[in-house]
Design a protein around this ligand. Structure first.
Ligand code: ASC
Length: 150
């Protein structure tokens, strides 16, 4: 049982594994990289959230494509939270690096919620999409509350 639990946890961790080899020439490149990936993620998530809120006409195909892009791009920013990149053109708080485990928990939660959102968009069921959008939005917000400067 213990071994099975460990294997299950390892499998979950592997899902979220970051490219450990990711390197950036300059601190500002790392900052730009994570901001760019968050921007593309937000544009795609925001489109689905807009549909869920009735602000954008619901198009199941566009929602599914957008969620898939948001899910994928949402894997990218984390490798760019390189130690020492809390200075410069960034709202990233230094707490990210002093409380990395908590930050990583938020990052993993958001990515897991994105997987559920993609699944929900594939059903075409707007209520399921709304629920999944709310979960992702909650993940974004809780991390911002703790780790993003105003
Ligand atoms: C977005 C966006 C965020 C989150 C957050 C959810 O679309 O840009 O930062 O959702 O507003 O509360």
């Amino acid at each position: 049982m213990k071994i099975i639990t460990s294997l299950a946890l390892a499998a979950v961790a592997a899902t979220f594994v970051l490219p450990a080899s990711a390197q950036f020439a300059k601190a500002e490149d790392a900052i730009k990289y994570r901001q760019s990936s968050f921007f593309v993620m937000q544009q795609n998530f925001g489109r689905v959230a807009g549909m869920a809120a009735g602000k954008i006409p619901f198009d199941a195909k566009v929602a599914a494509e957008s969620a898939a892009v948001a899910e994928f791009v949402g894997k990218l920013p984390w490798a760019a939270f390189v130690p020492g990149t809390d200075k410069g053109d960034t709202k990233a708080k230094a707490d990210i690096w002093s409380n990395k485990a908590k930050f990583d928990d938020y990052a993993n939660k958001m990515q897991a919620d994105m997987v559920k959102l993609t699944a929900a968009t594939k059903t075409g069921n707007l209520d399921a999409i709304k629920t999944a959008v709310n979960a992702v939005g909650g993940s974004c917000k809780s991390c911002h509350d703790d780790f993003r400067a105003k």
